[in-house]
Design a binder for this molecule. Structure first.
Ligand code: EPU
Length: 441
């Protein structure tokens, strides 16, 4: 498919301004939350990305009307007539995204049953959903797995419960929130994820009438209510996309103003960016990121759950680290297989060696389990253009950064995957002066 290949002529610093809108890892979940209400909801700052389209399609199959609002990037979601959807129609969405798993709680509350298709999402590890089904069972759901998907039933109203997650999973925390708000009684969730997108989802649910309080020790207390209304909410900006552009500025020796980026959710990234030698300045509308000249510095980096260094920032930053002087150490502790993308960087001239040991200060879950989850990046390396095949969303954007930082021309295959989480990325690249073209038809 020729339109799935991008030709990238590297060597030009990216300079100019782009805008990020609502977070990919919040917006689809806030759309699912609308299903819990008995009134229309308004979600603003919605990006035009594929995960939003997938969720929109699934909501519509269940009787939710979804239309554009008055403001650009506004969706109005009306769940007044929620109904069962045809299993074959739902199944057409199999493999498209991971968000359908979050329909479980809302559909059980609204209909008493749910069918969840096979999940998609990036291949960056096993990505099981055992925590999700374990917590749903604790609420009283009955779950049957079938070859095509999973059938869930709620023989009676779901009941609040005490839950302790084995790991602070983002998705499982969202599953608990979206289920507990309408369950009978109180739910106490321990070892919850507290990513900014989760806090924003809590804000959405509170606007709808939910009662949720956050403790200081990863504990969240949810008091179930009988009925929820709608919400009017502006999604928090995409801190993951913003960091990707920051790394693109650093790796290409460029200067990018990311309109919409916000300091509060990016503090950990900003500290690391500064340690590597990147410069930034924050104003009320966004953050400017640039390469101030001189050498970039090698660092030791460990990914972690929030407030640690987000795993989704790791891949773009590794590309910038190939340009830093000395040995950088990267320990990926969230996903067991999120460093595979580095083999293509090595083909381009980078020097990255992967290890099964935990090379960071803290031993993680993957140390004893034979996963290549630590990396040593030796730089600076001159990157050369190459033929690249995109492996996953963030890895894919990282390949674009590498191709733009490299000398010569690269052919990047599978670019459609990037549309899952980066809005209009080709227009944004062109606006920053990137020399990119689609192959002649
Ligand atoms: N895990 C389990 N069992 C479960 C759920 C998770 O073992 O039932 C494990 C995972 O295998 C992983 C770890 O727990 O090793 C963390 O997974 P988590 O549930 O936190 O991730 P997620 O909810 O599937 C979201 C984002 C990811 C982001 C992670 C971590 C969405 C749609 N996805 O995934 O975003 O990396 O949280 O912050 O919100 C991306 O944007 O490119 C992306 C992959």
């Amino acid at each position: 498919m020729t339109d799935d290949v991008l030709i990238v002529h590297g060597g030009t610093p990216l300079e100019g301004e782009i805008r990020v809108r609502g977070a990919k890892n919040l917006v689809p979940k806030a759309m699912v939350a609308a299903l819990l209400g008995h009134e229309p909801s308004r979600l603003r700052n919605v990006p035009d990305i594929r995960d939003v389209k997938v969720v929109r399609g699934l909501l519509q199959l269940h009787g939710v009307t979804v239309r554009a609002g008055e403001e650009e990037g506004e969706l109005v979601l009306d769940p007044t007539y929620v109904e069962s959807a045809n299993v074959a129609d739902i199944d057409a969405h199999a493999g498209s995204s991971r968000i359908p798993i979050l329909f479980c709680g809302p559909l059980l509350h609204r209909l008493g049953h749910a069918f969840i298709p096979g999940l998609g999402g990036c291949d960056i590890g096993g990505r099981p959903v055992d925590f999700h089904f374990d917590v749903l069972r604790q609420f009283g759901a009955v779950i049957e797995k079938h070859p095509q998907g999973t059938v869930l039933n709620a023989p009676q109203r779901l009941r609040g419960c005490k839950i302790e997650l084995p790991y602070p999973s983002v998705g499982a925390t969202e599953q608990v929130l979206l289920t507990a708000v309408l369950a009978e009684g109180v739910t106490e969730l321990r070892n919850a994820a507290i990513e900014p997108e989760i806090v924003d989802l809590i804000c959405v649910l509170q606007k709808m009438g939910a009662i949720i309080s956050m403790g200081t020790d990863r504990t969240i207390l949810i008091t179930g209510v009988d009925r929820l209304g709608g919400y009017n909410h502006r999604a928090i900006p995409d801190r993951l996309e913003a960091a990707s552009w920051a790394c693109a500025a650093l790796a290409t020796q460029g200067d990018i103003y990311v309109r919409g980026a916000r300091q509060l959710e990016m503090m950990t990234f900003l500290n690391t960016f500064r340690k590597v030698g990147g410069a930034f300045s924050v104003d009320d509308e966004g953050i400017r990121f640039w390469h101030p000249g001189g050498e970039l510095k090698a660092i030791a980096l460990e990914t972690d759950v929030h407030p640690g260094f987000q795993t989704d920032w790791q891949q773009p930053l590794v590309v910038a680290l190939t340009q830093a002087s000395g040995l950088s150490i990267v320990h990926e502790t969230v996903y067991e297989s999120r460093l595979g993308f580095t083999s293509a960087l090595n083909q381009m001239g980078a020097h990255i060696q992967l290890y099964r040991e935990c090379l960071g200060g803290t031993p993680c879950r993957f140390g004893q389990r034979n996963f290549l989850h630590s990396a040593v990046v030796s730089g600076p390396s001159k990157l050369q253009g190459a033929e690249l095949v995109i492996p996953d969303l963030r890895g894919g954007f990282s390949y674009l950064i590498a191709a733009l930082a490299a000398q010569g021309t690269s052919q990047v295959h599978g670019i459609d995957l990037i549309n899952r989480g980066y809005e209009n990325f080709m227009d944004k690249l062109r606006a920053l002066g990137a020399q990119i073209e689609l192959p002649a038809a």
